[in-house]
Design a protein around this ligand. Sequence first.
Ligand code: GLN
Length: 194
Amino acid sequence: RPRIGVLALQGDVREHSRVLTDLGADVLSVRRPGDLAAVSALVLPGGESSVIDKLSRAFGMREPLRAAIAGGMPVLGTCAGLILLADRLEDGIVGQQTFGGLDVTVRRNAFGSQTESFETDLEVPAVGDPRVKATFIRAPIVSEVGPSAEVIARLPDGGVVGVRQGGVMGLSFHPELDGERRFHKLLLDAARDA
Ligand code: GLN
């Protein structure tokens, strides 16, 4: 059984753990640097990216996480997790840092107060049919895509809400809240291949 970590500093850790368990993975809540050595892939959950950033530094996790991602560990980040994977942040709070891994720029809370939260169906060829039910909650958007990253999901208006670079995948939405398991399945496949 593949052993998959969920970064458990803040955010919707339980929902991700549930999906991974349902897919037959062994799930480890990652809180300490040593935990990383025990997993073959990692999930960065939704939550509040600035809080996860601060806690990762307080717990001595920032550099180990950066190193693991740069070293090729497969990662799935949703919402705040996408923000943490972005190489560039348009509007973080003062001093906010990311782990990097995706050659993109991300804008936080990109949908304004009128649409803090919404749902839509997305066509995502990387996971096939049927369409993905996508829930956006104070969601970020990818505002610029560099040459190393590949777009995997767009809103009907063209806005980029899913990107991939090697085994690293970032989504603006929350498959873990919608019974959508196909992205986690891709992560398990990448863990097996890595
Ligand atoms: N707005 C949050 C952030 O900046 C992300 C929201 C989410 O993960 N649902 O981190």
